[in-house]
Design a protein around this ligand. Sequence first.
Ligand SMILES: Cc1cc2nc3c(=O)[nH]c(=O)nc-3n(C[C@H](O)[C@H](O)[C@H](O)COP(=O)(O)OP(=O)(O)OC[C@H]3O[C@@H](n4cnc5c(N)ncnc54)[C@H](O)[C@@H]3O)c2cc1C
Ligand code: SF4
Length: 326
Amino acid sequence: MRSLTHLNARSVGEACALLDEYGRRARLNAGGTDLLSVLKRGFLPDRPEAIVNLKTIPGLAYVAADEDSLRIGALTTLVTLAKSEVVNEEFKVLAEAARSVGTPQIRNAATIGGNLCQDVRCWYYRYPHKLGGAMDCLRKGHGGCLAIKGDNRYHCIMNGKGCFAVCPSDTAVALAALDARIKLAAPDGERSIRVADFFGPLRNALDANEMVTEIEIPRTARPSTQTFLKYTTRKPVDFAIASVASVVWKEGERCIDARIALGAVSPGPVRATTAEALLLGRRVDEESAVEAAEEALAGARPLSMNEYKVHVARVLVKRALLEEAD
Ligand SMILES: Cc1cc2nc3c(=O)[nH]c(=O)nc-3n(C[C@H](O)[C@H](O)[C@H](O)COP(=O)(O)OP(=O)(O)OC[C@H]3O[C@@H](n4cnc5c(N)ncnc54)[C@H](O)[C@@H]3O)c2cc1C
Ligand code: SF4
């Protein structure tokens, strides 16, 4: 058995300093619902030497609204988001996405920061070491992608490059549709990045000494209709085959602004900007919803076994738009 150092961070500064000291040999632990299973399965090529516990940092779990934005602390649990009054009233799509994650036990422990930073679910990547040896692949730094010629039914249908594992986070999809930004802290300061820009094919935008501290969602004066839809193979608890978050603003019967984000189709949530533009000035009805759905998936390049995901995502876009149509 190898030893693992457990360090309780008392502040964001201390957590970042520990990351600076250990580099990629340390892992942050928030709710632990993903990290602990990653460690137990032993599939990572470099087992971490230190775990930095974030739960000991006071004041990082909050949902705070001011005139311009809603701010969510990185340690806020998914159950808090699912139940929050302001989130349900103004950012319903996020409450629905949080409710769709896992089981009540997972939502009680899982944090929004951990949900955004969780590791991918590719079955080659996660193959447990104890079942005949972990598999090497590009994401682990050795060899190519096993999914390209292998069983890729759950993988990317767009934007895959080298690695074709999809972003497993449901909240990321809702946050992309809400045009949210993620605040990152490092030993030498802070920066902020749009949710849609946070994810990449091989890793997210975090540097080795950075952590997520906050998510900021802009508030809009005009009310919108919002929907999150997720298609899964197993109904009660499962990751998305595809998901969609939509936010639509109307004046009378006409759409004056729209945001559509696709989930589980790409390394990160994808904003369907041309589909959004197509809705402007039009009624959201069967005809425009079908056209927007076609447009949203126009750039899809499925792999050998996942063309069905294009169809599933298309249907979800149409249903999301029609959910609260006139
Ligand atoms: C049975 C099961 C079903 C699930 N179903 C779904 C689902 O349907 N949809 C979905 O979206 N997810 C699902 N998940 C994944 C689950 O949502 C994540 O495990 C959880 O959200 C991670 O949050 P956490 O706080 O427990 O993160 P941890 O497990 O503590 O951390 C996860 C990763 O994020 C990093 N991290 C954590 N916090 C920060 C931070 N503040 N800054 C930088 N890095 C950080 C950690 O280092 C680690 O690499 C499921 C998990 C299980 C076990
Ligand atoms: S999709 Fe990514 S994680 Fe999966 S085998 Fe390919 S490189 Fe590895």
